[in-house]
Ligand binder design. Structure first.
Ligand SMILES: [Zn+2]
Ligand SMILES: [Zn+2]
Length: 128
């Protein structure tokens, strides 16, 4: 049903991107405002208080690191100051780097029940 779209595709695309970008900024503003209304203006890590101009140093952190996950009850948000927010993300990167999947796990191949010379012995016995 959409065969007649062609010439306008490029325009549509940039329009879509512009919309998405504006949406994202709107949403970011919205969830920040919501989070600031919902939580006390205190950093969740170092406990510093923020007010007035300083308030912009207090940022909204997403607990699951998914910025698209913005439940209205604020359960995925945490207010962190810029420094603690930075630390939090650094920690997340470190954890991801040293995940258990990255450790080698091929020790099963070394089975103790396998005796490579047992069969050979039997073979020699028979030949006697
Ligand atoms: Zn802090
Ligand atoms: Zn964050």
């Amino acid at each position: 049903m959409s065969a007649n779209k062609g010439a306008n595709n490029q325009d549509n695309l940039s329009q879509v991107i512009a919309d998405a970008r504006r949406h994202m900024q709107d949403r970011e503003k919205t969830y920040r405002e919501k989070a600031l209304k919902m939580y006390p203006h205190v950093c969740g890590r170092c406990g510093r208080e923020f007010s007035g101009k300083k308030l912009k140093e207090l940022t909204v952190h997403h607990r699951d690191h998914n910025h698209d996950n913005n439940p209205p009850d604020g359960s995925n948000w945490e207010l962190l100051c810029l420094y603690c927010h930075d630390n939090e993300h650094q920690r997340y990167v470190d954890t991801a780097r040293y995940s258990p999947e990255a450790t080698p796990s091929g020790k099963q191949a070394h089975s103790t029940t396998h005796k490579p010379f047992a069969e050979l012995k039997e073979l020699l016995k028979e030949q006697k």
